[in-house]
Design a binder for this molecule. Structure first.
Ligand SMILES: Nc1ncnc2c1ncn2[C@@H]1O[C@H](COP(=O)(O)OP(=O)(O)O)[C@@H](O)[C@H]1O
Ligand SMILES: [Mg+2]
Length: 262
């Protein structure tokens, strides 16, 4: 079972869209795919139409009030074949405060996913933009990190912040986290977009995916309609870019970067 975390501390950079798009493409290829919504804003859950508040969510894995719920009872099949979801709920925003420094809480998701290993080929974790217990759990559970990065100047500062936090987490995890920076919301017509992409490639080299996700109104329409990209044939340009990204990620081992190079 492969587990990829999709994370960036900046909002609106395409994390949820990337999780949903790659997830639906994997499922369409016949891979048993689980999307885990780690973001208390629950936009992925909303996208798929599974309401975590009513049905249980990632929150219930932590056993804050009472016993943790078994992970299998929290996973829902979706109307799209091979695609399942473990939803989020707003209560997750209180986890950091409620758990405080309780030991062992960083591995809750890893342990839950280990139970699901026979059921899924691929797991994608849609991370929150904040560095807290949810993010720590996501990074501890995953073997690869995808960092969608909007191709605009301000995003580069956010990316550096994200990579610094990652170094901190890597030190406590004791091994480097292979990562891929995915340029998103690229608009070839604007100088700002092109300059930012060039800078990303210059600064991070191989860590940046060859695939670049364009700004594509059809991607926005698909997400507004709650339809995954693989089932939205109109999203031609964006769909092609996500297909290229997936092929690249499956073919290429992720680049592990040492602190110094990050
Ligand atoms: N490639 C794209 N082209 C056009 N709109 C996009 C694209 N990627 C994301 N969006 C839109 O941008 C908004 C933010 O994307 P989202 O994936 O929710 O970001 P995040 O999860 O990082 O906050 C959403 O409305 C989404 O539909
Ligand atoms: Mg999101």
């Amino acid at each position: 079972m492969r587990v990829w975390a999709i994370s960036n501390q900046k909002g609106g950079v395409g994390k949820t869209t990337t999780a949903m798009s790659l997830g639906s493409l994997l499922a369409a290829e016949g891979k048993r795919t689980l999307l885990v919504d780690m973001d208390p804003h629950a936009s992925l859950s909303g996208y798929i139409g599974v309401e975590g508040g009513a049905h249980g969510s990632v929150y219930d894995l932590f056993g804050v009030s009472g016993n943790p719920l078994p992970v299998r009872t929290l996973v829902h099949a979706t109307q799209w074949g091979n695609l399942s979801v473990l939803p989020a709920s707003a209560a997750m925003i209180t986890l950091d405060r409620q758990l405080g420094t309780k030991p062992g809480m960083g591995l809750v998701l890893s342990q839950a996913l280990a139970e699901l290993a026979p059921d899924f080929d691929h797991v994608l974790l849609d991370c929150p933009p904040t560095l807290g217990v949810l993010m720590v759990n996501a990074l501890a559970a995953s073997d690869r990190l995808l960092v969608p990065t909007q191709t605009e100047a301000l995003a580069l500062a956010g990316l550096e912040r994200m990579l610094r936090s990652l170094s901190m987490i890597e030190r406590s995890r004791g091994k480097p986290m292979p990562r891929t920076i995915v340029p998103t919301l690229f608009d070839a017509r604007t100088h700002a977009s092109r300059a930012c992409l060039a800078q990303l490639r210059e600064q991070y080299g191989d860590v940046v995916s060859e695939a670049v996700i364009p700004t594509d109104t059809q991607i926005r329409e698909a997400s507004a309609a709650g339809v995954p990209l693989a089932s939205w044939p109109a999203a031609r340009r964006g769909g092609l870019a996500y297909r290229q990204l997936l092929a690249e990620l499956l073919a290429k081992p992720a680049t592990a970067v040492t602190d110094a190079a990050a």
